[in-house]
Design a protein around this ligand. Structure first.
Ligand code: 5GP
Ligand code: MN
Length: 319
């Protein structure tokens, strides 16, 4: 079974690198650190390589050990967490490609199964929740550090237990993590509710530019590179803006187009109430994600990106 095969690889490897997806969110960072803490219990000192991350997550136990780059030319084992495909493993991709053995742990239903061993639970609302099952199977002790990391991933990927995929088990796991020392109040404040001033300025711009289509079922807005410069926005400051548009009455699909530095195009973030599957829409445009939260990159000008994404969404709504 995959979990047993993975355990053999974990035990055999002398050098291990843990990688995750580009623009890492709370679940990506928390999953990486949880695996690092768990491996320490096997006497393994794994490197977590994340080139850039939002400072909101610096409170996580072990965040000070995150490396911007790998230390080895070739690792014995590379572990990818919370990532759908190799293309999304930005930054640490070369360490994955050169590793002697590869493992991936994920919860996206559109997963490319790109590792030697793929442990993917497509119904889990967060990668961190997948890890709990793995850790239980391996007899990993849920320490205070691991509990805080895992609960952070569960909370950020479910918008505070509000979004799709949350089940009674999610709350049962959460209760156990709190018993083990996870600080839910601190996690919610730091990883979920905290807003920078730059974020507030972006909120204002996003509302100013908001447009509705298809009888107000589609809400769309955008952020340019210049906006990020003018507001002083940093990585993570855009977090939550698309959800904000989804919450508007009558909106079925919310879109935020974000101009990408040096890429001549826009990253589209889509959110829905899952009645419209935005992952399917993004998959058609070379991206992916979950039924209620997905993304893709669209090359071209703002007008071109807008026309392309609106066309794809209208098609899905009127299907
Ligand atoms: P966000 O809009 O926050 O960037 O991403 C929402 C969800 O869609 C996340 O689960 C993320 O992993 C996924 N996602 C975003 N962009 C892409 C993409 O270009 N390709 C794939 N496969 N998934 C994406
Ligand atoms: Mn996730």
């Amino acid at each position: 079974m995959t979990l047993d095969d993975i355990l053999v690889e974990l035990k055999n490897a002398k050098t291990i690198v843990i990688l995750t997806h580009e623009s890492p969110d709370g679940d990506a960072i928390s999953s990486s650190l949880s695996v690092m803490h768990a491996l320490a219990q096997f006497g393994k000192n794994a490197d977590v390589v994340i080139p850039e991350h939002a400072k909101d997550f610096d409170f996580l136990p072990g965040a000070d050990q995150i490396l911007n780059n790998g230390k080895e030319e070739q690792y014995d084992l590379a572990i990818s967490v919370d990532c759908t495909d190799l293309k999304r493993l930005a930054g640490g991709k070369e360490f994955f490609e050169t590793a002697k053995k590869t493992v991936e742990i994920d919860h996206h239903s559109v997963n490319a199964m790109f590792a030697d061993y793929n442990y993917v639970d497509p119904v889990s609302p967060s990668c961190c929740q997948v890890l709990i099952a793995m850790f239980e199977y391996y007899g990993v002790e849920i320490t205070k550090e691991i509990a805080n990391c895992i609960l952070t991933g569960m909370i950020t990927d479910t918008g505070g237990f509000q979004w799709g995929g949350v089940t009674p088990e999610t709350f049962e796991f959460a209760a156990e993590l709190i018993r083990k020392g996870a600080k839910i109040k601190e996690i919610c404040r730091k990883a979920l509710r905290n807003k920078t001033k730059a974020h507030c300025k972006l909120e204002r711009l996003v509302y100013d530019r908001l447009e509705f289509y298809e009888n107000d079922k589609i809400a769309i807005s955008y952020i340019t590179i210049e906006d990020n410069q003018n507001t002083g926005a940093k990585l993570g400051d855009e977090e939550g803006l698309t959800e904000m548009l989804r919450d508007i009455e009558g909106v079925e699909v919310a879109v935020l187009l974000k101009e990408k530095e040096g890429k001549n195009g826009y990253k589209a973030s889509l959110r829905s109430h899952e009645t419209i599957n935005v992952s399917e829409i993004c998959l058609l445009l070379g991206g992916g994600g979950h039924p209620g939260a997905a993304g893709c990159f669209i090359p071209g000008t703002l007008e071109q990106a807008k026309a392309k994404i609106l066309d794809a969404i209208k098609h899905a709504i009127n299907k």
